[in-house]
Design a protein around this ligand. Structure first.
Ligand code: PLP
Length: 398
């Protein structure tokens, strides 16, 4: 018997759950892209976007996924042959490094593995060793979605300042923005990259590059920037189409407008608090399950765990079987492990992930955990009893 019929729940770390309000805003006839409501609406979205990233800086919007914004960040600030320091805490850090490599940049990689966040002291040492000041930018992933590790961006700024190093600090907040606390200006990031389909609750296809005056100066000093990725006309457009380098992503923009309204109505601090509590509920359940079986949270220290995504290890073949069971029997799709290969499990099938970013509330998380607990039972995977009860206690105490 399948109990999957009903509203499906895609609990993967992006694309995230799309609010009906966002989908309904997108359901309309094609609008005029030259004048009228759409151009007026986009100009009004810029301050709302800046408020989510907590910056007074500028923002460029791309019709691209996060990979596009990764490339845009580099294309505007680092020339081929110049060096970047990449701090990797999982697959996405390595992915950004590969992107930089393909652009002809020189990579210095600090690999922190899959269990620990970026160590600012090692960053400081690497910067101090760069006597010739060849490093043009430090690339840091705030939340690496593969490992669910969250790193401290402000500490990396302190490392740069201590050494007096002029490199730009770039933060990948594709998974974290609108979920985990993030303060671009206060923490001293020069550049922030994000996408539409995670905490911003809009379908994939838009990405955003926030940048401050230092980054803008770097852009101005570049010998050449690829026309499409150039942020200058996008951030300060003389004509509406320059925001997008061509035709506007009409329907995504209506969806984004609705999402930004929802974010403003709830308030970014309240959104951060909601994600923090729901994450604690997930951890509470996972810790109980882990007491009687093979399941464990990938990140041991709570303060290093993201509030947007949680990676868990349960061993192969349990991980793959559990994901199949929850989808087929309960209508819940769990994220698979990526970049988590290990001995005896080259595809990382022993890992799975919960996406809990954006449009998620207590009943969804309790439902998700209830389904996983049922799956552990149905598949005879040993686990400690009472995980859902532990999560309910966190919710009750909130
Ligand atoms: C999702 C994600 C990306 C990649 O974004 P795409 O839209 O899939 O290109 C990059 N970095 C992080 C941290 C992510 O979570």
């Amino acid at each position: 018997m399948s109990l999957a019929h009903g509203r499906p729940y895609l609990a993967i770390p992006g694309p995230s759950v799309m609010p009906d309000r966002v989908l309904q805003a997108m359901h309309r006839a094609a609008p005029n892209i030259y004048e009228g409501a759409l151009p007026d609406m986009v100009a009004g979205m810029i301050p709302d976007l800046r408020a989510v990233a907590r910056t007074e800086g500028q923002v460029a919007i791309y019709i691209a996924n996060g990979h596009g914004a990764w490339e845009a960040a580099l294309a505007n600030t680092v020339a081929p042959g110049e060096r970047v320091l990449v701090c990797a805490t999982g697959r996405f850090g390595h992915g950004w490094a590969e992107m930089a490599d393909a652009l002809g940049l020189e990579i210095e990689l600090l690999d922190f593995g899959r269990k620990t966040p970026i160590d600012a002291e090692r960053v400081r040492q690497a910067l101090a060793a760069d006597q010739g000041r060849r490093i043009k930018a430090v690339l840091a992933v705030h939340v690496d979605t593969s490992t669910s590790l969250r790193s401290d961006i402000a500490e990396i700024r302190r490392a740069l300042d201590e050494v007096g190093h002029p490199a730009l600090l770039m933060a990948d907040c594709i998974a974290s923005l609108g979920c985990d606390v993030y303060e671009m200006d206060l923490w001293g990031a020069d550049l922030t990259v994000t996408g539409s389909q995670k905490g911003l609750m809009v379908p994939p296809g838009l990405s955003f590059l926030f940048f401050n005056e230092r980054a803008a100066d770097t852009r101005r000093a570049m010998p050449r920037v690829s026309r499409y990725w150039d942020w200058a006309p996008r951030a300060d457009p003389a004509a509406f189409y320059q925001y997008f380098g061509g035709t506007a992503p009409t329907h995504h923009l209506y969806g984004l407008r609705a999402a930004l309204d929802m974010i403003a109505e709830e308030g970014i601090e309240a959104i951060w608090a909601r994600h923090a509590t729901l994450a604690r509920a997930i951890w509470a359940a996972a810790e109980v399950w882990g007491e009687g079986g093979p399941l464990s949270l990938n990140v041991a220290e709570p303060r290093h765990r993201s509030h947007a995504v949680t990676a868990l290890r349960i061993g192969s073949p349990h991980g793959a079987r559990l994901r199949e069971w929850t989808a087929a029997q309960a209508g819940v799709t769990l994220g698979l492990g990526i970049g988590m290969s290990e001995e005896g499990d080259p595809d990382g099938r022993g890992f799975f992930r919960f996406g809990h970013m954006g449009h998620v509330n207590a009943h969804m998380i309790l439902g998700l955990l209830g389904v996983v607990e049922a799956g552990l039972g149905a598949l005879d995977i040993p686990h400690g009893r009472g995980g859902v009860a532990a999560a309910a206690e966190v919710i009750a105490g909130a």
